[in-house]
Design a protein around this ligand. Structure first.
Ligand code: PRP
Length: 556
């Protein structure tokens, strides 16, 4: 038997010396900011009853929580979040205390992550909660603390973005649509997937509401986003202008803190924990591909614990800040003495990952048509990192699945990848443009003339896309056995390994020449431009310019 006695579980790890020092340094800086503002520390247990997190609102998906049982067989979870246990604690231990209550915490949370994606399962979080105050001043206080803490911990250029989930919630309550449709609208707004959002909203009965929902992810940027929102909401709904006015006040407060160029507004900021009720915000730094700060107002959460207390707060991802801290101290240690400093080659302003192979030619042609010098891409030899001269853009050539990985981690700002790989791999990034090339479709195919759905036995399906296939058969309520095949999937039914395949079909030649035929189409596929979440905030101008040029040469 293999004993896992010398390694740590995926997503966790030992911290040694400098790593501990970096984490402690960040915690010390944050502690200073919080305590100066009158916040006092609490700590909740690492183990909580599962019921704390499984209220009717189902804030955390059951599959993302680590579960075990106590000595009486009751279900426990390793805390996936700190705000919910603090709400439980406040509603019980601090019941009847003078309000508002100012609390801070520094403790790990644990969340199951997909395998082999380089994501942390154990995350050190540090944050504050201001409980029992619904005034505008309390939001201003929280945002002021967040901004100061971010400036202290992340001297690199940072951004704070603010949004209002009330706008999205209001529009969704007005929209007549089924839960699945609403779920996909939510997903597409969070991913800034304008094309898919447009498709779902097409034909919506309330065209006014659909118009506003369609515009939400694009209401993103500086003060102009507020102006555009004002024009969009005018005369269309009695509630939305109040929410907008609130956000305008928050924006003014932040401007007053001398954060003018570092604040962004995003009405598409809806992918927060579900308990947020109005103001939401996130923070981004140049050294992390994901948000390092996440917070907002959560006035409804305490009701789950029998209290009615307004509250607002945020959490920092301490490990991400500590990584930045380490990177900076390593860079400072490696820097040559000023006198002998050799001229540094300028770092690329934007790095794009292109899927090599099938898509490559069509996308390089689009870049050429858009006016970029693609010479190095056309004469690349075996090189994988290629500059586009005079643009500050560097192109990385990678396999489709790796394009997503590089973009998700923020080592590439932008990626071009097929929707087939996006559907298979998932992940968190923006999917901002359908490039209209690399068009094909997902289909279920089997031997020509075979009755795939006939008989009672469970079918076997071979595929390079097990997640897509499993989700599709699940949606049909059909039990199938899925076998993963890496390529030339058409062989599987021919050799008798499977009854059918789920694969992409372009010309249909491979199917025809091997005696197979499409049984059912699953979905259309084409190349998409995807963008790292933090890059979208820190390099919006460059990314918008690239997207506009590609949009300009996009085939119909
Ligand atoms: C893809 C796909 C099909 C074929 C479809 O394979 O898996 O086999 O292309 O294209 P068609 O409809 O135009 O014939 P790919 O060429 O990427 O190679 P692989 O099967 O080895 O992965």
């Amino acid at each position: 038997m293999i004993r896992n006695d010398k390694i740590t579980p995926e997503g966790t790890g030992d911290l040694l010396f400098r790593e501990c020092e970096a984490q402690n340094a960040v915690i010390g800086l944050l502690r200073g900011v919080f305590e100066k503002r009158g916040y006092r520390e609490v700590r909740t247990p690492g183990l909580e009853f599962y019921d704390v997190f499984s209220s009717k609102a189902a804030y955390y998906r059951p599959e993302s929580m680590y579960k075990l049982t106590d000595n009486r067989g009751r279900l426990l979870t390793v805390r996936p979040d700190s705000t919910i246990p603090i709400a439980r604690m406040t509603a019980t231990k601090l019941k009847g205390s003078a309000l508002p209550i100012r609390i801070y915490y520094a403790q790990q949370v644990f969340r199951r992550q997909p395998a082999l994606r380089g994501k942390r399962a154990e995350i050190m979080q540090m944050g504050i909660e201001l409980i029992g105050d619904s005034s505008f001043d309390s939001d201003a206080e929280i945002l002021g603390a967040a901004a100061e803490a971010l400036a202290v911990c992340a001297p690199s250029p940072f951004r704070i973005e603010i949004g209002h989930v009330g706008v999205f919630n209001r529009l969704m309550s007005l929209l007549e649509a089924g839960p699945e449709e609403k779920e996909s609208i939510h997903r597409h707004i969070a991913a800034k997937n304008y094309a898919a959002l447009g498709d779902v909203l097409e034909g919506a009965r309330q065209s006014d509401v659909a118009d506003m929902l369609r515009a939400l992810p694009g209401l993103f940027g500086g003060a102009e986003a507020l102006r555009e929102a004002r024009a969009l909401f005018r005369g269309r709904d009695p509630v939305l202008p109040n929410m907008l006015a609130y956000l305008e006040r928050v924006y003014e407060i932040l401007r007053g803190l001398d954060l003018k160029d570092r604040i962004m507004i995003d009405f598409g900021l809806v992918n927060q924990a579900e308990y947020y009720s109005s103001l939401v915000f996130k923070g981004y730094t140049a050294s992390s591909g994901d948000a390092v700060l996440s917070g907002g107002r959560y006035d409804g959460l305490f009701k789950d614990f029998g209290e009615d207390l307004p509250a607002t707060g945020f959490a920092f991802h301490v490990d991400a800040l500590a990584d930045g801290h380490l990177q900076r101290s390593r860079a400072a240690a490696d820097a040559p003495p000023a006198a002998s400093a050799a001229p540094k080659s300028a770092a690329p302003r934007l790095r794009i990952a292109l899927t090599k192979g099938r898509l490559e030619g069509e996308v390089v042609e689009m870049l050429r048509a858009a006016g970029y010098d693609v010479g190095p891409l056309q004469t690349k030899g075996r090189r994988l990192l290629l500059p586009m001269p005079g643009t500050g853009i560097e192109v990385v050539l990678a396999k489709a699945a790796d394009v997503i990985t590089y973009v998700e981690h923020g080592v590439c700002d932008v990626g071009v990848v097929g929707k087939d790989t996006i559907a298979e791999q998932g992940g968190v990034y923006y999917e901002i443009l359908d490039l209209g090339v690399g068009k094909c479709r997902f289909a279920l195919a089997a031997r020509a003339g075979a009755d795939f759905y006939g008989g009672f036995g469970a079918k076997r399906v071979a595929t390079k896309y097990p997640n897509v296939a499993a989700a599709w058969f699940e949606s049909k309520g059909m039990d199938v056995e899925i076998i993963r095949i890496e390529g030339s999937v058409e062989l599987a039914p021919l050799l008798g390994l499977a009854d059918g395949i789920v694969d992409i079909v372009e010309s249909g030649n491979t199917l025809r020449e091997n005696g197979l035929a499409v049984i059912e189409e699953i979905r259309a596929v084409s190349a998409r431009m995807i963008v790292n979440v933090a890059s979208m905030k820190l390099k919006k101008k460059e990314i918008d310019a690239l997207a506009a040029k590609l949009q300009g040469v996009r085939a119909g």
